[in-house]
Design a binder for this molecule. Structure first.
Ligand code: SF4
Ligand code: SF4
Length: 164
């Protein structure tokens, strides 16, 4: 385990800098220095913004796929895709009603996110799993737009600890 700081929540330069026994919280990048962190948890207790949490350094294996669970997931995902398609039609036909357009746009996005959440939280899309690795490798191999973050994907592949 080690501590990780959420930079969006951090209000900078306060308590954790003074309580950390190893100086791991005081870095130029704002990230906690994992090499120095001994996982004592003092920074979490002291942070007024709830910006620090513990993250594991090794991840569990992805669950073995269960037939019943897979068919339920497929059913839920298919429903999400249908809802997303309906919301898109509403959004595209509501250009004269900005409120309806906004609500339909939010529905499009939320259905997509919910479908992804369902797959991830059922333990079938863990970052350390073979299927996520394959997805990243396929993304690299495929034709992609100029602004595709190739370096970031390569770095992820290098850093993600494979544990299938
Ligand atoms: S867990 Fe302990 S060692 Fe690690 S950053 Fe927080 S205070 Fe420092
Ligand atoms: S205590 Fe929390 S808010 Fe303050 S510098 Fe540390 S992480 Fe940021």
């Amino acid at each position: 385990m080690f501590a990780s700081r959420n930079l969006r929540l951090c209000t900078k330069d306060c308590m954790c800098l003074y309580v950390c026994p190893t100086g791991a919280t005081d870095t130029e990048t704002g990230q906690i220095d994992f090499a120095k962190c001994i996982a004592c948890g003092e920074c979490i207790k002291s942070c007024p913004s709830g910006a620090i949490s513990m993250v594991p350094d090794t991840y569990p294996k992805q669950r073995p796929k269960d037939k019943g669970m897979c068919s339920t997931l497929n059913f839920i995902s298919a429903n999400m895709v249908r809802s997303e398609a309906v919301a898109k039609v509403v959004r595209d036909s509501a250009s004269d009603d900005p409120v309806l357009e906004q609500i339909a746009s939010a529905l499009v996005r939320s259905n997509r996110l919910m479908a992804e959440d369902v797959c991830r939280e059922s333990g079938y899309m863990l970052p350390q799993s073979g299927n996520v690795r394959k997805l990243l490798e396929d993304m690299l191999a495929a034709d992609h737009p100029e602004d595709f973050p190739e370096d970031a994907v390569r770095k992820l592949l290098e850093k993600l600890r494979f544990n299938e």
